[in-house]
Design a protein around this ligand. Structure first.
Ligand code: IMP
Length: 422
């Protein structure tokens, strides 16, 4: 019996998971998503083209890789069908290598209207949601009122939809929000036709059969640990478990079958949407990071907030998920900064701590930094021997602090711009 390796973003999302999954995919026969939905935007760049995947796993461009959308994912058929069109135009038909869990929940068009109504109502305390209907869909799942992918193959589907939409309309009325338009509904039904043309199965049996055959699976996390519903900066989080514990539940394999846990982090930090961000830079250095890293949301286009690497938060994420191996991304973005900083502790209530406090509010905690010399261009570096000494200091400091080795360093968006450290 083989294991499921899990790849997770350890910060506030946008750590570059798409590229790394695509890179690691050659070592796996199967790639699976287990949580989140089209709030994710996993970017892959190769052959001079750029693809942003929202729902479909990042192994889809490898013809010999099977891709699974697990039960823990929420699917918007409209986004899904657009994604299918885009991939198909480049890679041909993907129906032979993409499986969808019958237990995954559907994002209905009214879920998106609810998302917008809730955010508007929150005013200044809004979460900064991507407005993709994620929160309302998971809310319906937990309150046992959701509609699942498997339902679209059942005779009672239309009635189920009617009940769900009528319930949503009642809530929308309370918020004085508009109801669904006919064209939105038609788009949804067209998306459902595309979804119905894929293999909809009990993916938990599939995963079990794959592991029993001796094939390893790579589970691809979405968002990041600091956006986890339990361990993130609540309430400014997403509505799923983004930590490793989300993988067995969102894919349907036994927790003891978890293999290597890969943790991804950027050489600095970003956050999109509202909520506390201890190492955020509000000055021209933050602006320079945004520019150098092209830090604009791949799903919403919003400018990302930028700041220094935060080892207190990272160590917490490593602990919660039991990370075995680290992958550092976007190391090239810091090229050209004369000094680079890392937060190594927080001052809270006059005391220094390396533990993440309950509240990350900016007026309660003050990060304490260690400063490093910057490094030059990394984009032409191909092997670890060619990495600049100043970068190596930054890297080994991080490894020592977290007590885990960094196995890969990504130095550019292209598939090939990655350095093996082991
Ligand atoms: P939601 O999950 O779309 O409701 O968004 C909740 C919070 O998580 C917001 O602050 C979003 O900006 C953030 N978020 C959701 N998905 C992602 C992601 O894939 N990358 C980065 N931030 C995300």
């Amino acid at each position: 019996m083989e294991k499921v390796d899990v790849l997770l973003g350890l910060q506030w999302g946008d750590e570059g998971k798409g590229k790394v999954v695509d890179y690691l995919a050659t070592g796996y026969g199967v790639i699976a998503r287990f949580q989140g939905g089209p709030n994710a935007g996993h970017t892959l760049e190769f052959d001079g083209k750029k693809f942003v995947l929202h729902t479909i796993p990042s192994g889809i461009f490898r013809k010999d890789v099977v891709n699974i959308i697990g039960n823990g994912v929420v699917i918007d058929p409209i986004v899904f069908s657009k994604e299918v069109d885009e991939i198909t135009a480049y890679a041909g038909d993907i129906r032979d290598r993409l499986y969808v869990s019958s237990r995954a929940h559907l994002i209905l068009p009214t879920h998106k209207l609810l998302d917008a109504a809730y955010e508007k109502d929150k005013g200044l305390s809004k979460i900064g949601s991507t407005l993709r209907g994620i929160g309302p869909t998971y809310t319906d799942k937990i309150s046992r009122a959701g509609v699942r992918v498997g339902d679209i193959l059942q005779s009672g589907f239309k009635e189920k939809m009617k009940v769900a939409i009528a319930k949503h309309n009642k809530i929308l009325d309370q918020y004085n929000a508009e109801h669904l338009s006919d064209s939105q509904m038609m788009e949804f039904y067209a998306g459902l036709d595309v979804l119905r043309s894929f293999k909809i199965v009990e993916t938990e049996y599939m995963t079990d059969a794959i592991l029993s055959k001796g094939q390893r699976i790579l589970a691809e996390g979405a968002q990041g640990s600091m956006l986890d519903i339990d361990f993130g900066s609540y309430p400014f989080v997403t509505s799923s478990n983004t930590v490793c514990a989300g993988a067995p539940a969102g894919l349907g394999y036994a927790p003891a079958r978890t293999g290597t846990v890969y943790g991804l982090f950027k050489a600095y930090c970003t956050r999109v949407g509202s909520g506390p961000f201890p190492t955020e830079l509000h000055d021209e250095t933050g602006e320079a990071l945004r520019k150098a890293g092209n830090e604009f949301g791949s799903t919403t286009g919003r400018p990302r907030r930028c700041g220094w690497l935060d080892l207190v938060a990272l160590k917490y994420a490593v602990m919660i998920s039991g990370v075995d191996k680290l992958i550092m991304t976007k190391a090239d973005v810091l090229s050209g900064f004369s000094k680079v900083k890392i937060a190594t502790s927080y001052r809270v209530g006059g005391k220094s701590t390396q533990e993440l406090p309950f509240s990350l509010s900016a007026d309660e905690i003050y990060p304490e930094y260690t400063e490093f010399e910057g490094w030059g261009e990394l984009k032409d570096v191909k092997t670890k021997e060619d990495l600049p000494a100043t970068f190596n200091e930054f890297l080994s400091f991080t490894e020592k602090y977290l007590n885990i080795p960094v196995m890969l360093v990504s130095v550019g968006p292209e598939r090939a711009a990655i350095i093996e450290m082991e």
